[in-house]
Design a protein around this ligand. Sequence first.
Ligand code: DGL
Length: 295
Amino acid sequence: MLITLVMSNRSINEMPIGIFDSGVGGLTVYRALHDRLPNEHFIYLGDTARVPYGTKSMATVERYAIENSVFLASRGIKMLVVACNTASALALPKIREKIGLDGVGVIGPGGRKAVEITKDNPHAKIGVIATEATVASNAYYEAIRRASDTAEVMQAGCPLFVPLAEENWTSEPETFSIAEKYLAAMKDFAPDALVLGCTHYPILRDVIQQTVGENVKLVDSGEATADEVAALLKEKGLENPNAVSGKRELCDDLDHFYVTDAADRFARVAERFLGTKPSKLEAVEVYGVDELGKI
Ligand code: DGL
């Protein structure tokens, strides 16, 4: 068993925020949190051994999500952010049940943000693009419906956007033609706002914006989540009181990154996404542990 329970005498406010994703895509959410919360420290787990989650069943995604959450909780965190849209859509209730911590997903914040920015139009049209599993779960539809009785919603799966983002094909003609194909029906729907409901899609933001048209407001669920995490920390009195001296850099040594496989590839793709590699990056195993007490 590679997991060890880290006992800490830090106050809860000084503890890091845990973030997990199925792999490298959640770094877009890490970036949003890091930019929004410069005094906070982060522990990120990328489940690179088992990515992708977006084509898997609910039972499997729940199991992986619990193992990831238990691992992060065992390191001593004050809040858990489920950066992966698929895990947020399929597993958030189970995670909250298992982990005695605030668990924040990206679906609620993304859905609420889309409603907020279109609230002047009572018949707003909101599009959602995401993985197959997220679309099939209807989680975004339900989150939008909870915030608005009237918004019209259309969802579309765009699975090839994930490898295209990881390849950094952010302006290739092939990416534009795949976007045209995936988003043809969405363009006919003519949404007022379009939710980027997958960790990787902000990397392809320009392609998506050009394809659907400049008048469509894009919603980055990671950024919406960072705003809600900031508000929640404040509301719960959990903000870190220690100002970091000097400028925080992405991936500096205040943040700790873990992966379940292929650390070198994670570091390479991280550099594409963030312009820098994690200074602290470790490979770990998280399998088979679904209870904190068993660690
Ligand atoms: N992180 C996933 C999400 O946001 C995308 C990659 C995957 O399918 O695991 O849904």
